[in-house]
Design a protein around this ligand. Structure first.
Ligand SMILES: Cc1cc2nc3c(=O)[nH]c(=O)nc-3n(C[C@H](O)[C@H](O)[C@H](O)COP(=O)(O)OP(=O)(O)OC[C@H]3O[C@@H](n4cnc5c(N)ncnc54)[C@H](O)[C@@H]3O)c2cc1C
Length: 378
């Protein structure tokens, strides 16, 4: 079968750009398509957990990010009582965290993919899939244009068109339980990463680009009212010191909010297609792991595609391996995140949930670093 590309990737943000980067570096012909541009902002509180920072470091992108984004070296937590602060522990080769705006992070990854040889078409929507004689996906339709490819990657987010058109089955679903509101301030002292928990409410802050501080507040979905009112009352109750610091600063952007996000873990692959990032695995943002999961999926999916192009008989096995590897990390993360986002906890239980999420992050970092040494040995 003659194809235009080895892979056409739908979605140019973290999941799609990183998949393109890995495939282009492997010498594959890649086209990334997105209906918007990743320089446009998207809904996200963009806290990078240690796994995400490790992935960017392994991809050789961390220096570029660190050159334009302030470092986060101090964490603050509170579970009802007084907040306590501590330094980011140096572990798994990471001693600094980051909270980059998506207008910074997503283009940075996409630029690296282009440098590696990926082609990009922005401002175009994928409206259909192309199949070959059997039921194998063999490309996409962009309006009147058909693009053929050996693989189609759905990196098109939680309302994925590729997932809908392939009929990818949801394997687990969690109804929305948590709502959140956030905005940006100038003139606030640097909070590092600051996460606060109170009965039936959360709040927090992080330093991001352009000397801005993102401040957010979260509540159970049924407690969400007018976003500005919910933000003000929740922040004042959960973190009065942050509310006062925000009051001394200047709010620079409008309030953005999510009334609740449906979580799902979806079938990840079939003949000629794979789902990467939120398209295949969406969880509540409260655990702040969407970006790290997207970066991890991208690496594993690119390996599966690269392997299957080299050895087509292995496509099914490699696809199943991609899905099981993803699920090894996704399933426990989905469960702990759903428990946190339920707001059905005591403050001691919230603290224990945060520790368990930290342990999952450690396990994933250990696994990723182990892969690196395996590769170096090989
Ligand atoms: C309120 C909120 C806060 C969050 N906070 C954090 C956090 O602190 N830390 C963290 O790690 N994660 C966070 N997340 C999650 C994180 O934002 C997502 O996991 C991440 O954006 C997933 O990246 P992605 O590339 O898979 O999908 P997306 O970022 O959704 O990108 C999908 C892209 O596909 C494109 N697209 C869709 N359909 C088509 C089509 N038919 N044709 C062409 N293009 C198409 C879209 O234009 C979009 O650019 C948060 C999410 C929300 C909603």
């Amino acid at each position: 079968v003659s194809t235009d590309y080895d892979a056409v990737i739908v979605g140019a943000r973290v999941a799609g750009a990183a998949t393109a980067l890995h495939l282009a570096r492997a010498g594959r012909r890649v086209l990334v398509v997105d209906r918007t541009a990743p320089t446009q902002d998207t809904l996200s509180t963009h806290a990078l957990m240690r796994t995400a920072v490790l992935q960017l470091q392994r991809a050789g992108l961390l220096d570029r990010l660190a050159a334009v984004t302030p470092p986060i070296r101090r964490l603050t937590l509170a579970f009802g009582g007084e907040p306590f602060s501590f330094d980011v522990r140096a572990d798994h080769g990471v001693d600094t965290l980051y909270g980059p705006r998506r207008t910074v992070l997503d283009p940075l990854i996409l630029d690296a993919a282009v440098e590696a040889g990926a082609e990009v078409e922005l401002g175009k929507s994928v409206t259909g899939l192309v199949h070959d004689g059997a039921d194998r996906v063999a490309g996409v339709r962009l309006g009147d244009t058909t693009i053929r490819a050996a693989f189609v990657v759905g990196a098109d987010g939680l309302r994925s068109t590729v997932a809908r058109l392939t009929g990818a089955v949801d394997r687990r679903v969690v109804v929305p339980t948590a709502a959140s509101v956030y905005t940006y301030y100038s003139g606030m002292p640097d909070p590092g990463f600051d996460f606060r928990y109170a009965p039936r409410a959360t709040a927090g802050a992080l330093r991001t680009n352009d000397d801005l501080t993102l401040v957010w507040a979260g509540v159970p979905v049924r407690d969400m009212g007018d976003p500005a009112d919910t933000f003000a009352s929740t922040l004042t109750r959960v973190a009065p010191d942050l509310a006062a610091a925000a009051g001394d600063g200047v709010r620079e952007e409008r309030f953005r909010f999510t009334p609740g996000i449906r979580s799902f873990l979806r079938e990840a692959t079939g003949p000629g297609w794979l789902l990467v990032g939120d398209a295949g695995f969406t969880k509540d943002p409260l655990s702040a792991h969407g970006i790290s999961c997207a970066l991890r999926d991208a690496e594993f999916a690119a390996e599966a595609i690269d392997g299957a192009i080299g050895s087509p008989a292995d496509e099914r096995r490699l696809g199943q391996r991609y899905e099981s590897l993803r699920d090894r990390f996704a399933v426990p993360l989905l469960e702990e995140t759903a428990a946190l986002a339920s707001y059905d906890w005591t403050l001691d239980e919230a603290s224990a949930l945060m520790r368990r999420l930290g342990r999952l992050t450690d396990l994933e970092c250990e696994y990723l670093r182990g892969r690196e040494s395996e590769r170096l040995v090989a």
